[in-house]
Design a protein around this ligand. Sequence first.
Ligand code: HEC
Ligand code: HEC
Length: 387
Amino acid sequence: MRVTIALLLFLFAACGDSVPPPWEPPPDEPFVYALPEGIPPPREVEGEPLTRPRVELGRHLFYDVRLSLNREQSCASCHRQERAFTDGRKTSVGSTGEEHHRNAMSVVNVAYFPTLTWANPLLRSLAQQALVPLTGEDPIELGIGGHEDEVIDRLRDDPRYQALFPLAFPEDDDPYSLHNVVVALSAFQRSIVSFRSRYDRFMYGRDRSALTAEELEGMNLFLSERFECFHCHGGFLFSDSISHDGVLFEELPFHNTGLYNVDGEGGYPAHDPGLFELTFEPSDMGRFRAPSLRNVAVTAPYFHDGSAATLEEVLDHYARGGRLIEDGPFAGDGAENPWKSDLVREFPMLEREKRAILAFLNALTDEPLLKDPAFANPWPKGHESGP
Ligand code: HEC
Ligand code: HEC
């Protein structure tokens, strides 16, 4: 009898939310992408094979506030799953309160991008990119520059890491290093692929009823020569900046879309002139990478500086062939920007066409992604704010 009661109590507890299953490290296996037919896998990264322990280690690190010096932030503070890994802010704020001048990008499908961040043709590896938020000082994000050893020591003490680091890097005598931290972060981010929107069901799942008539009309407008969206947001990523297995020549395109014209000569705000900041080529003024439009309905606000609050505003900007800012420090007519891409030019847009294209953009959301336990915070409750 006592045994039965104990068993019942155990089953009761196991069914409730209060007792999560004990954590176990994943099996030591290669990571395998689950992709719809028609979507190629991302390129492999030399010397960084994807294994399940690496992905799992990367997920723990991505959500770990111990990776900021003051234990205030993790990568996930600015890359939130429910917003397709963006932060909902115009521009980001780092762990010490310092302002970033850019809008946080999604890390979804990031393995397909040949270059990383809004406008940097040289930043091409996710491991290398992770060092920027970790150690960068302008602005300070996680702020561990100069304190790397101290932070690595924090990780050594954690039982989960004691299981994960050796499994993820079996060839290393001492697997705890900043290098392995960024390789694991890269592995987790490479695992985040998103192709489960209603658009995908229509396109790759051959489910012709997955999109409504209005959304289909929006899709056709998106693909039309009048709207021109597909030129820069084409293909399965909805971005012309793409790399995957089988791509022979990678293009590294950046575009000026006529958002600003602060001096009447095509200038962008001095604190962020885009590609020009690195190349000093006049024609690179205001050029940025075209973001993927997957999940765009949940990643507001928009553009490199979060300067458009809604998708409607974005559409009005394109239909006008550039943005007019009437007053303030950035006043100017972006439509007259001499460096603007030829593909951004004024076009007529009926109210109902606008609604259709908005409906189409809303059909690009991968709802399961936003809650997928594989990409969620793996730490038990109470751990989020640090040990
Ligand atoms: C303070 C907020 C903040 C934190 C913390 C942060 N990021 Fe970001 N992330 C951003 C911003 C802002 C950008 C755009 C940067 C740019 O264009 O210069 C970005 C861009 C990226 C990109 C480029 C995506 C693309 O499509 O090219 C990746 C990858 C990324 N972050 C990963 C990480 C990782 C990994 C961490 C943790 C180590 C992290 N971020 C921490 C705000 C943040
Ligand atoms: C010349 C290439 C080009 C064309 C044509 C183009 N875009 Fe873009 N798009 C970009 C670039 C580049 C950005 C980023 C601009 C920036 O932040 O300065 C962008 C940004 C966006 C964003 C904001 C996404 C985000 O995450 O911030 C949306 C939405 C968007 N475009 C939709 C469209 C639609 C809809 C069309 C057709 C009406 C279109 N684009 C046509 C290149 C283009």
